[in-house]
Ligand binder design. Structure first.
Ligand SMILES: *Cc1c(COP(=O)(O)O)cnc(C)c1O
Length: 436
């Protein structure tokens, strides 16, 4: 594959792939493989594009940590003035460590624990996106203990049928576990507004991920606006935010990501009519095209009429191909000509451990580097230690400079939490004898 541009921020210069002004070969040889490489300028470009398109209305962009929560990535976004959206106590901790002001943090997720909610209240974050009446009542109780009022938005399930490329990334359809069912939303909002220690500050939705159509955003925004209108009619006037979630798609192959002008035209009039401040929670859109995973060819093999390229990275570093059936372009670091149809597979003892099946790839040889494109989102964050593999390093490139932002895991890290001499506790016998 000798194309000039692999992805935004990644180009081929004199036959070798670069991230901005730095050769990926240089990074791979200095840092080793597998390694994730990110383009800071691509992240900035995506953030600014979204910021610009939303500029006709008062708005806040809360980058969703779960797409890529490395501190080095967060630092780039923080410098741009972004807020963040977290879905766990761990992500809240990461956001605070990265220096985000609590007032720039929102907290969502279907299964927040008491401890996580308490941490969010103690930190004093902008708002909690609550997903059920029971959760709102728990927040009320926790806020009561603290003698404060908790800012709460209600995540509504807009119940819109979607065209996301995989069922696992649809979240806003009828019957999904996320959010308050559309028909219950007004009731739950009234309950929230009536609680002593809750400030009902907004309405929220998140349709799903890798969305290419604009209509669901239009419909969902209108549905949230209709709930807002009903609440206003009932005398509830505390709302300030209308949060339409994340989900904007990016290009991995031949997809047509949503046109931002049309996207804005579809949602902004409805938002303007409400007079509320718009919140968006983009993840993939900001970082998806900003990263590449560099690996190295270990072996070539022919088996059962198939041609395999066995590389030093696979599902443990990039789960998306095997988990979602996702497509990522793969290129040889250096032009090798003579393309072959191959399966690019990893070293993990699973047949599902592949990066690409039946793919045209340059005739790479053992020792050659390969580059898996558009892996900035849901890449490193989903990496695991399965097969006791070490999680890879992460590198940020900014212009002609690069820095390791996450060190490669070590063998010592791997067993760090295992107890040398387990301390056995004898369980007390129960009434019926207990022991079986
Ligand atoms: C995952 C998630 C997002 C971000 O989704 P992207 O598709 O990466 O933009 C936003 N909001 C919520 C609640 C999420 O769970």
């Amino acid at each position: 594959m000798g194309q000039g541009v692999l992805s935004t921020g990644f180009t081929r210069v004199d036959g070798v792939l670069y991230c901005e002004g730095v050769s990926l070969e240089l990074i791979a040889s200095e840092v080793g493989t597998p390694v994730y490489v990110y383009s800071a300028e691509t992240i900035r470009d995506r953030y600014r594009r979204l910021d610009r398109i939303l500029s006709p209305v008062p708005h806040r962009i809360h980058y969703t940590l779960k797409a890529n929560s490395s501190r080095g990535v967060l630092a780039v976004l923080k410098d741009l003035g972004a807020g963040v959206d977290v879905v766990s106590g761990g992500e809240l901790q990461r956001a605070l460590l990265a220096g985000f002001a609590p007032s720039d943090i929102i907290f969502g997720g279907v299964g927040k624990t008491r401890r996580e909610l308490a941490a969010a209240l103690d930190a004093g974050i902008l708002l909690i996106n609550a997903e059920s009446e029971a959760e709102i009542r728990l927040i009320d109780a926790l806020a009561g203990e603290r003698e404060i009022r908790a800012p709460v938005s209600i995540r509504v399930n807009p119940e819109i049928t979607l065209d996301a490329p995989h069922d696992y990334i649809k979240t806003g359809g009828k019957g999904h576990k996320f959010g308050v069912p559309f028909d219950d939303a007004v009731h739950v909002a009234e309950v929230a507004a009536g609680l002593n220690h809750v400030d009902l500050v907004g309405l929220d939705m998140h349709l799903g991920s890798q969305l290419s159509r604009i209509d669901p955003y239009r419909e969902g925004t209108e549905r949230l606006a209709s709930i807002f209108a009903e609440l206003t009619k009932r005398g509830i006037d505390s709302l300030r935010y209308l949060d339409i979630g994340g989900g904007l798609g990016v290009r991995y192959d031949t997809e047509q990501p949503p046109d931002l002008q049309r996207f804005a035209a579809a949602i902004l009039p409805t938002v303007t009519a409400t007079g509320l401040q718009l919140i968006m929670e983009p993840g993939r859109f900001i970082v998806g095209n900003a990263g590449a995973l560099v690996g190295r060819v270990l072996y070539r093999k022919h088996s059962g009429g198939k041609d395999y390229v066995i590389v030093d990275t696979g599902m443990t570093e990039l789960l998306r191909p095997s988990h979602y059936g996702a497509f990522h372009r793969i290129s040889a670091m250096r032009d090798r000509g003579d393309a072959r149809q191959v399966d690019v597979v990893g070293p993990v003892c699973e047949s599902g451990d592949f990066l690409a099946l039946d793919r045209e790839l340059d005739d790479v040889q053992p020792g050659d580097y390969i580059v898996v494109a558009d892996t900035g989102a849901y890449g490193y964050v989903m990496a695991s230690n399965y097969n006791s593999r070490l999680r890879p390093a992460e590198v940020m490139v900014d212009g002609d400079r690069f820095a390791v932002i996450t060190a490669r895991e070590s063998l010592a890290d791997l067993t760090r939490l295992e107890v040398d001499a387990p301390e056995w506790h004898v369980a007390a016998a129960t009434i019926d004898g207990g022991g079986r």
